[in-house]
Design a protein around this ligand. Structure first.
Ligand code: GLV
Ligand code: MN
Ligand code: MN
Length: 421
């Protein structure tokens, strides 16, 4: 780093931008609804791109709609890439993803304002459809960026209503010319809210994230027999709702028997024909299983599969499954995790190492470059909920750690010790 001035993040502007972005797709309770590739997602993208342009970044948009802004604009060497996502779940908060993107912007702005020339370019990106709640799998954009899926296959993914990623991307104007896989960064670093209760409970400000647990999403379709609710004797029913409910309780029990932090969720359940006086003939439900241990996760998947086969036989229904997403547990680069921890300590911030329960774009970048994450506390551990909240002081602390981690990563001199102001 060539300067005597130490850059500083403008926390007030970061909070103002978080609020302005949250106004797009705002929902009651302070949250956001910007499902991937909806009109609201498009408007959110336009706003962030405007901010990138105002800072003088070069903006590259690839064929799946990932947007990366680079400083200096004429630099093409491997950059220190920051970023996350700005799509949300339908009932989302304002910090999930958005913080990592806008903090990345704030870091680059701080560097520009201080007149610092870093040895490596800096970049900030937002990656398409991280949430996966409209188009599975999750982390779709970053998966394509790192070459884990072809653009063509990703463009053909459809949502539950049959809308195609490619058509929605064209509609909002974000099908760009930049190539996929994208340029491999020098390193990738993502600031994110924890989305869980650990940091707040332990009164710790910064999480040095060691990795991300494995994720397995399955859509299960149960085909039974739709029939009259009053006239069909109980022993003659092939009730899809009953089967779906039985799978739901099994998933919960499974988490205890598999152990090792296994979690399991049935987050979607559609019944057909969905009427008070009709035995449901069809149910579609989703199962989300996660574990940091690859073998336990596989065990949970196998047990679910055997249970469904046995249940289908017993209830006289057919059960079919479709894999929506499957990602193995990821360990972040040890040197990046250590760097996050060191920088936090240098800034007199409390820090703890922890694994992420949520999926993140950084887990995709870990396939191609040294990658890591910084967590800040989530109030009451609530996320994917409009009530999601992180204290402004924690946001500032996280952005400050991000800035100084990035300055180190962007410096040629391994021993370069830029001083804390
Ligand atoms: C993404 O937010 C996920 O972990 O489901
Ligand atoms: Mn997120
Ligand atoms: Mn999320």
């Amino acid at each position: 780093m060539k300067t005597s001035v130490v850059p500083k993040v403008d926390a007030r502007r970061l909070l103002e931008r978080l609020a302005a972005l949250a106004d797009i797709g705002a929902i009651p309770g302070g949250g956001c609804s910007r499902l991937a590739l909806t009109t609201e997602d498009g408007l959110g993208r336009d706003l962030v791109v405007t901010w990138m342009r105002d800072l003088g970044l070069r903006i590259d948009v690839d064929g799946i709609g990932n947007v990366v802004g680079t400083w200096p604009a004429d630099a093409f060497e491997p950059a220190v890439l920051m970023g996350s996502h700005i799509d949300t779940v339908r009932t989302g908060g304002r910090y999930d993803g958005n913080l990592g993107v806008l903090a990345g912007l704030a870091v680059i702005e701080a560097v520009i304002t201080a007149g610092v020339a870093t040895d490596r370019p800096l970049a900030v990106g937002f990656f398409t459809d991280e949430e996966g709640s409209r188009f599975a799998p999750d982390m779709l954009g970053s998966l394509v960026y790192v070459g884990g899926m072809s653009v063509e296959d990703a463009l053909d993914v459809r949502d539950a209503d049959g809308c195609r990623v490619g058509d929605e991307l064209e509609r909002i104007g974000y099908r760009g010319p930049a190539p996929s896989p994208g340029p491999v960064p020098h390193a990738f670093i993502e600031l994110h809210i924890e989305q869980g209760p650990v940091l707040e409970n332990d009164d710790v400000t910064i999480g040095a994230v060691t990795g991300v647990q494995g994720i397995s999403w399955t859509e299960i379709t149960v085909e039974g027999q739709s029939n009259h609710a009053g006239t069909t004797p109980m022993h003659l029913r092939h009730d899809a709702a009953y089967v779906a409910a039985t799978i739901t309780t099994f998933v919960r029990d499974l988490t205890w028997t598999v152990g090792h932090g296994q979690v399991g969720t049935v987050g979607r359940l559609d019944l057909h024909p969905d009427l008070v006086n009709v035995v449901p003939g069809r149910a579609v439900l989703t199962v989300d299983l996660r574990n940091t241990d690859a073998d336990r996760l596989r065990l949970a998947e196998n047990r679910l599969e055997s249970f469904c086969a046995e249940l289908a036989r017993k209830e006289g229904v057919t059960i079919t499954t479709r894999a929506l997403a499957r990602f193995a547990p990821v360990q972040f680069d040890r040197s990046v995790v250590d760097l996050v921890q060191d920088v936090a300590v240098e800034h007199d911030l409390t820090v703890a190492r922890l694994a992420s329960g949520a999926g993140h774009d950084a887990q995709m970048f870990a396939r191609v470059a040294p990658s890591g994450m910084i967590f800040v506390p989530s109030h009451r551990g609530i996320s994917h909920n409009p009530a999601e909240h992180t204290e402004p002081a924690d946001i500032e602390a996280g952005a400050t750690v991000l800035l100084h981690v990035v300055l180190r990563l962007a410096s040629d001199a391994a021993s370069s010790q830029e001083r804390v102001a």
